[in-house]
Design a protein around this ligand. Structure first.
Ligand SMILES: Cc1cc2nc3c(=O)[nH]c(=O)nc-3n(C[C@H](O)[C@H](O)[C@H](O)COP(=O)(O)O)c2cc1C
Length: 180
């Protein structure tokens, strides 16, 4: 079983990002165990906590370490990805020399309720992941615009073109995971 974690960049209840992520889960083939990773419970990272480590940090780092791969589904906040996601990346990257994200093949999906589609968030996230030594699927890039139009009342996407696109993305990512 290949363990894939999904980190949702929004900590808003029932966020569009989370709904979108749930649609992705169903597109993975057999043999993939997909788990949503909690980030809302992580206190704001402070280097002092390298000495006095909060239990939630230890649990979070262990969870990430045990993953084979990680998917980021994120909205854009002020032309970047949300602070909660940056905090989770920071927590996992420390103490210095024990970066738990290291080498985990990743997929980035950004979304917005407008036409913008989270381009800024998507690319700022790529910049941080490059430093954390996380290989990211380069193509196709995934920018989901007008997400509210795609999600039904039940959070499901029914538009066949969108489902087809997302299936291509997941298939590409599965190949990418195998290569790593
Ligand atoms: C602090 C803040 C900043 C935002 N900045 C942007 C932005 O730069 N670009 C954008 O497309 N949407 C921006 N938005 C709107 C988000 O795209 C919108 O809230 C979206 O629904 C968030 O996705 P979620 O449902 O997954 O939380 C911002 C929202 C907040 C709360």
């Amino acid at each position: 079983m290949i363990k894939v974690g999904i980190v949702v960049g929004s900590i808003r209840e029932n966020s569009f990002s989370e709904q979108l992520a749930k649609n992705l889960v169903e597109l993975f083939p057999e043999g993939y165990d997909i788990e949503f990773i909690e980030i809302a419970n992580l206190p704001l990272y402070n280097q002092d906590s390298d000495e006095n480590v909060p239990e939630v940090y230890t649990a979070f780092r262990k969870t990430i370490k045990e993953l084979d791969a990680v998917v980021f589904v994120t909205p854009e906040h002020n032309r970047s990805f949300p602070a909660a996601l940056k905090n989770a990346l920071d927590v996992g990257s420390r103490p210095y020399g024990s970066n738990v994200w290291d080498g985990k093949p990743a997929l980035i999906v950004s979304q917005s309720p407008s036409n913008l589609s989270g381009f800024g968030a998507n690319h700022h996230l790529r910049q941080v992941l490059a430093f954390l030594n996380v290989p990211v699927v380069q193509q196709p890039e995934v920018y989901i615009a007008n997400v509210m139009d795609l999600l039904g009342e039940d959070g499901k996407i029914t538009n066949q073109d969108t489902i087809g696109f997302l299936q291509t993305i997941v298939d590409t990512y599965v190949d990418f995971i195998k290569k790593h």
